[in-house]
Write a protein that binds this ligand. Structure first.
Ligand code: AMP
Length: 214
């Protein structure tokens, strides 16, 4: 039985308050496993589906780093880059960051296709704590120079198998190749097809493998 509390995980009090306000009583299994490992700075390969609480599992340690004074990003870059396969998922992740981080007021920029690029570029001009993006539009902004990955400390790849299915692999590789050599990377996927395994072995360093049942 899981008796670990959010407090046991070492999260800052402002984050604990937000979780309490959301009515979260105990961390889910993926949160219990992922949060401490991520806080230690290690890369993570997570096999988990939607509904397991994986969003909070990767968002909370990033907010905690911010609460502990992690420096903001330079102009046109982001401290945390989160890639999602769909606009809907990107919007959900951005909303979760705002919810759990309400006391910290992180700057969150969402960069997705199907809407104007200009406002996204302007929003990135000062740099952001979190950039949540779909691969195609992010690559467009990198190519015009509106976004640079030089300031990224942590990169999260969410629903990697969906990205593969949607044909994002070429864009994804171009993005990953531009990450700073010194960075933390977390990769989540519901399934682990060969191409995702290969991507993980190329871009993650000695990751902790975490797998939870749906
Ligand atoms: P996700 O798997 O990230 O899509 O999260 C699934 C749902 O679980 C979301 O609606 C979250 O708000 C909710 N959730 C995440 N973590 C917890 C928790 N520890 N306790 C209760 N609900 C949670």
């Amino acid at each position: 039985h899981n008796l670990t509390t959010f407090k046991d995980l070492g999260l800052a009090s402002s984050i604990l308050d937000a979780l309490l306000a959301e009515g979260y009583e105990t961390p889910t299994p993926i949160q219990v496993e992922t949060i401490p490992v991520t806080m230690s700075g290690r890369d993570v390969l997570g096999i988990a589906q939607t509904g397991t609480g994986k969003t909070a599992a990767f968002v909370l340690p990033q907010l905690n780093a911010m609460a502990n004074g992690r420096k903001g990003a330079p102009a046109r870059s982001a401290t945390v880059l989160i890639l999602a396969p769909t606009r809907e998922l990107a919007a959900q992740i951005a909303e979760a960051i705002e919810t759990y981080g309400r006391a910290l007021k992180p700057s969150v920029v969402t960069v997705i296709g199907g809407v104007k690029a200009g406002p996204q570029a302007r929003a990135m001009a000062r740099g952001a704590d979190f950039l949540v993006a779909t691969p195609g539009r992010l690559l467009d902004h990198m190519q015009t120079g509106a976004v640079t990955l030089s300031g990224v400390k942590t990169m999260v790849l969410d629903e990697a198998d969906q990205m593969l299915d949607l044909g994002f692999m070429p864009a994804l590789r171009k993005i990953l190749e531009k990450l700073p050599a010194q960075r933390q990377m977390l990769l989540f996927s519901a399934t682990m097809p060969k191409l995702i395994r290969k991507l993980a072995s190329e871009f993650l360093r000695n990751p902790a493998e975490i797998s939870v049942a749906p």
